[in-house]
Structures are given as structure tokens and as C-alpha cells.
Ligand binder design. Structure first.
Ligand code: NAD
Length: 401
């Protein structure tokens, strides 16, 4: 039964998943060409953004791929949060050059854009007008997406191990999920060494938010819990070190592992109300996804503590909270406070500090009400609960109602 001791409780039944093999570790990037060949690719589209071009990783990757005998075209047209119109050019390039595989090298925006390109190149750009039909399973692709390799260069989204691409739909005027998964993920921590401190901080808190929401989404399993709690421990241990010193290899490596584990955890379980709110706020105000998640996670913890006090107590204790009570409301506040303080120490600005008004934040409410993700929480999400999450995220304290 929900809310009872995990030590002596029966295990909850569930489906354990991992959708694609993950090559994890330093220097694994060198395997990319070999993996593409194994997937039957001869001509490959390397998908990057301008930020990756500035690091020089794109040309190193081109070299690795060409050494394996691949014909490579590099495309830099990725924009943050994958506006759906941006993939049109990439799909045209694929058609003109008879390209038969896609490799995404970058943060979540790049990985998700690469997913959308792989799906749209095989099935036509029309799929972008019917994202919710594909997401709900009402429609399925006529053709398998092009072979797809994903190589994350940030440590937050875990997109390389999830079944979905977050795309900004022009038809729906919202951030929504289009199904598409990698055939192979390559997680090489070396690729993350150049991530600036602020991006390191907010992507780490994105991974923390995945772990937190995976603990309470309705498909949660003992397996996703195991991964999620380890993610919380790794983020608490290593994120401050990587933000303070980006050249800390040990911290970077553990964060790359944590981000991927969090992706596997929430691909199996799910994310819910926090992400529905983060997508709405990200779409309305273009706040980086991880900054939205960092501000929302404490409020989500409070909500989840009502149904899952033991899990939220354990999470709070890992995050350094002193919790001696078993009272769900108190557990929620103490665990939330620990995460809020952690984010503040890492330099994540509150919504208030970013200049928003509470009324602006509450403008997300009708969008969240229409987002299927909002209803993925185990409890009954009501308008009142969404209002609670948004207000708490804004105020960051317990005053008012
Ligand atoms: P991002 O991909 O937008 O990248 C942020 C910035 O960091 C960019 O300017 C980028 O160029 C730069 N960057 C990336 N790697 C770098 C490196 N190694 N060195 C220097 N700069 C680097 O940010 P993100 O947080 O990784 O991704 C956010 C996106 O991912 C959002 O659209 C979010 O909705 C989506 N997302 C998807 C999933 C999923 O399962 N598909 C999960 C969570 C988030």
C-alpha cells in the first residue's frame, strides 16, 4: 500500500525497460563510426547546434565518422526546445543527399531535434501536425525512423535513453512529446567537460527532477525507484563540484552516469505535473528547461509527500534535510527546503528573481490542464493542485495560500 514502509512492503509490479544499448565511459565517442556502420548507415547527418560548433567537438566527430568510411553532412540548424519548423531544412538535406542515418551530438535540444529529424525523414513532415496522435498511440509510424545514434554533451535530459522528443509544436502552440528513440546511445563524459557552470547547474537539476517525478509517476517500479534514488545521491554528491570546477573529471563522469540513469528511470516510470508546468513555462517565457525544473521540483516534492511520504523522506535525507517526523506535510516541506537550498547554492535564480510576477506564472495553468503529462501523477491532479505547484514554485516559501 502506498505510504507504508518500503522495508517490509511487497514489491510493486511493473515493467522494466531499457530501450537502447548505452556505451558509457570516457573515450566511447570514438566508437560512433563503428556503431553507425553496424546500424547499416553509409551516409550520415550529424546534427549539432552553434554551441557545439564553438567547442570544436563537431569537427572531431566528423573525423571519427569519416575514418569509419561514412559520408558525413553536418547540420547546425538546431534551436532551443526544437521548434518544429526548424527540422524542415534537415529533412530536405537528407532527401537530396540520400542520407540513411542520423547522429545527434549535443544537449537535449540537439538530441530531440535529431529524433524528430529521424522520424520525419522516414514518415514525412506531416507527423508534426499530429504529435498528440502519435504520443497517445492513436497513430503509429508507417516507417521506422532512420537509424539514430544520440551522444549527449550535457548532463541533464537523459534524452538518449527516452522514447520521446520534446518538440515545440506550432500547430498546438505548446511543448509536446513526439515518440522516437535512439538505436544506440553513447555517453562519453569527456564531451561534457566544456559545459559552462550555469548550464551544468540547471541540467543537473533537470536530472534531479526526472528522478523525483519518476518516484511518484503512476508506472513507478522498484527498478525505477532504485535508479532514481541513486541519481539523487549522485547529483547531491557531484553537482556542486562540477559547477565549482568544470574540469573535475570524476564529478563530470558521475553526472553523465546520473543523467543517463535518470533518463532510464523516467522512461520506465514517467514524469508528470512538474514537467507539464516546466514545459508550459518554458514555452511561455523561454526560461531554460532545467531552470524551470529547479524551481518546480520543491513544490512537486511537497505534493508527492502526501501520497509517498517514505520516498520523499528518503529523498530529503539524501539531500541533507534533517527529518525526524513521519508526518507527510512536514516531510514534504523539509525535503522541499533542502532541494530549494541546493538549487540556490548552485546559483539557480528563483522565478521571482527572474522578474516574473505570480500572475505571469499562473498563466501556465490552462496550458497544464490541457497537457496529458499533468495527469500522469498517481493521484488525481486537480486545478487546485496545479495552482498550488505554480504558486509554491513562484513564492518558494510557505506563506499565503
Ligand atoms: P540545450 O540542449 O538547450 O543546451 C544548452 C546550451 O548548452 C546550448 O547553448 C548548447 O549549445 C550548450 N552546450 C551543450 N553542450 C555543451 C558542451 N559540451 N559545451 C559547451 N556548451 C554546450 O539544453 P539541455 O538542458 O541539455 O536540453 C534542454 C532540452 O531538452 C529542452 O528542450 C527540454 O525540453 C528537452 N528535454 C528532453 C527530454 C527527453 O526525454 N526527450 C528530457 C528532458 C529535457
Amino acid at each position: 500500500m502506498k505510504g507504508k514502509s518500503e522495508v517490509r512492503a511487497m514489491l510493486r509490479p511493473g515493467v522494466y525497460k531499457q530501450i537502447a544499448p548505452v556505451l558509457f565511459g570516457s573515450k566511447m565517442a570514438a566508437q560512433a563510426g563503428k556503431k553507425a556502420k553496424e546500424l547499416g548507415v553509409g551516409r550520415l547527418l550529424l546534427v549539432c547546434d552553434e554551441g557545439i560548433r564553438q567547442t570544436g567537438m563537431d569537427s572531431k566527430m566528423e573525423h571519427i565518422l569519416k575514418e569509419s568510411g561514412l559520408i558525413v553532412t553536418t547540420w547546425y540548424g538546431v534551436q532551443t526546445d526544437c521548434p518544429d519548423g526548424t527540422v524542415e531544412e534537415a529533412v530536405r538535406i537528407i532527401g537530396e543527399n540520400h542520407i540513411d542515418g542520423v547522429l545527434g551530438l549535443g544537449g537535449g535540444s540537439v538530441l530531440d531535434t535529431a529524433k524528430v529529424i529521424a522520424a520525419a525523414a522516414a514518415n514525412g513532415l506531416e507527423i508534426l501536425g499530429e504529435v498528440l496522435e502519435y504520443l497517445s498511440g492513436a497513430k503509429s509510424y508507417a516507417h521506422h525512423p532512420l537509424p539514430l545514434i544520440l551522444m549527449p554533451t550535457t548532463t541533464g535530459t537523459g534524452s538518449e535513453s527516452t522514447f520521446v522528443a520534446v518538440v515545440t509544436s506550432s500547430a498546438l502552440d505548446a511543448k509536446v512529446g513526439l515518440p522516437c528513440a535512439a538505436d544506440c546511445a553513447i555517453v562519453d563524459p569527456e564531451l561534457t567537460m566544456s559545459v559552462p557552470p550555469f548550464v551544468t547547474a540547471f541540467t543537473g537539476l533537470d536530472a534531479l527532477s526526472h528522478a523525483n517525478e519518476a518516484l511518484a509517476e503512476k508506472k513507478n517500479t522498484p527498478h525505477s525507484d532504485l535508479l532514481a534514488f541513486e541519481v539523487v545521491r549522485l547529483i547531491k554528491t557531484y553537482l556542486p563540484a562540477a559547477v565549482a570546477d568544470g574540469s573535475d573529471r570524476e564529478a563530470r563522469e558521475h553526472l553523465a552516469f546520473a543523467s543517463n540513469l535518470a533518463g532510464i528511470a523516467f522512461n520506465e516510470s514517467g514524469v508528470h505535473i512538474g514537467h507539464a508546468c516546466a514545459h508550459a513555462l518554458g514555452h511561455l517565457y523561454h526560461v531554460p528547461h532545467g531552470v524551470c525544473c529547479a524551481n518546480l521540483t520543491p513544490a512537486v516534492i511537497e505534493l508527492q509527500a502526501r501520497a509517498y511520504p517514505e520516498k520523499m523522506k528518503r529523498l530529503g535525507l539524501i539531500m541533507g534535510a534533517k527529518i525526524s517526523t513521519d508526518e507527510p506535510g512536514e516531510i514534504g516541506k523539509k525535503a522541499a527546503d533542502a532541494v530549494r537550498a541546493f538549487a540556490k547554492e548552485l546559483g539557480i535564480p528563483s522565478l521571482n528573481e527572474q522578474g516574473f510576477t505570480e500572475a505571469q506564472i499562473l498563466e501556465a495553468l490552462p496550458i497544464v490542464l490541457n497537457d496529458p503529462l499533468g495527469y500522469a501523477y498517481d493521484g488525481q491532479i486537480t486545478e487546485e493542485e496545479i495552482r498550488f505547484i505554480l504558486k509554491r514554485a513562484y513564492r518558494g516559501s510557505y506563506g499565503g495560500n
